[in-house]
Design a protein around this ligand. Sequence first.
Ligand code: SF4
Length: 492
Amino acid sequence: MNNVSLSKSRYCKAVQCNKMLWMDINKKEEAIDKTNEGVLENGTKVGELARGYFGEFTNINYDKDLSKMTLETEKTLESGANIITEASFNYNNNFCSVDILKNDVDGLEIYEVKSSTEIKDIYLDDVSYQVYILKNLGYNVKKANIMYINNKYIRKGNLDLKQLFTIKNVTDIADSKQDEIKEKISEINEYMKADSEPEEKISMKCFEPYPCSYFEYCTRNLPEKNVFNLTKIHKKQKIDLYNKGIYSYEDLLNEKLGWKYHQQVEVDLNNKIVINKENIKEFMKNFTYPLYFLDFETYMPPIPEYDNSWPFEQIPFQYSLHYIEKEGGKLKHKEYLAEAGIDPRREVAERLVKDIPKDVCVVAYNKMFEQGRIKELANQFEDLSEHLLNIHDNIVDLMIPFSKRWYYTKEMEGSHSIKYVLPALFPNDPELDYHKLPVVHNGAEAMSIFANLKNYSKEEQEKIRKGLLKYCELDTYAMVKIWEKLNEVIKE
Ligand code: SF4
């Protein structure tokens, strides 16, 4: 039997869990895709940009027939090209494409590019696997490196790739892992021979370094509500409980967990509703007219696009504002959505101070987020700073009654996120259903679609912009409805 065909990503999957790779090869249909499109797009953008780090380069184009890529690589190396991107090699059915290969007279340097601001252990496995292939093919690998994003870089003028990327020499680590790689490859080949599905214990590897797409499949025999549905509890603690045979909510009743977890379990089992009217009543005194319900959408480009911005900065590009000027007053709405491809921060700041007067009650859900963005804008635009900080200081957090569990139902499933709280308070209300929105249904989608907006046709952009506006509007409308609901509750 031939060795299984491995690639960098297949090898890394097996490092996380052999069964993950076995499932990919034999039962792929059971996977629940957990990839975040935005993260993938960021990886591609960063990878392409990094190619120019050393100047001119020769790229080995992708070909379904990988042997064409390895042949092309050989020729390019022979031609003496110094910088080769996607240089491809195959040793004994172990294939890899090196992100950037520096072909010096005295040997090769490998650069593995990551759109991350820190080095994870799995990156070391990735590079070491490439070193293993090249060394076994007889190449002299003099250096192995990881090239990742420097989060201290603040863009001034043109992008400075030397500042944007940090290079870490990991040659010693990669060299020290060579025996381990050899053993792991033969272990993978042994494992993949299994015709019937191998058993694999649930453990931290199911969550780290990446959440496994087969988790639902591997835990399909657990009760519908089980220890892994507990929220705000560390994964390690869940695994400990699981290892002790504590699976169901009934089993969990006798465990010494924090009060929030007991509440989650008890409320679920007994179908109770928790409402602490006194605390909610006291909390509602914080809301005074006029009321402004504010929600931002942001995106986080890994490569700073504008002057004075940094990698993965949360750039606000949109907000929705519902407001009620006086008791019994009409609910009004304002909104802002930036044009694609411009730095929206100044405009957002200007519009905010125009739309929200000083000394009014501003309502946000999870105010840390809105306050964080407003503070950044205040730091950046001194002339607007006083007004922005006034808005910042007057924000009331509508999330409090839910995060403190003064109001809790089983449908919230241990979460105080608005995406759980809203349907729990207003079940079957199509007007408040994020799934019924036409284009954008959650923050991650908004982030990713806006980051790529300029790449769509004019017509598509129009459709997307409408979708973004509808999505953000629902966020603040939902806040109004939740606030109304809390008012009803204290009157009952
Ligand atoms: S859920 Fe866990 S055991 Fe199952 S394949 Fe994934 S990592 Fe392996």
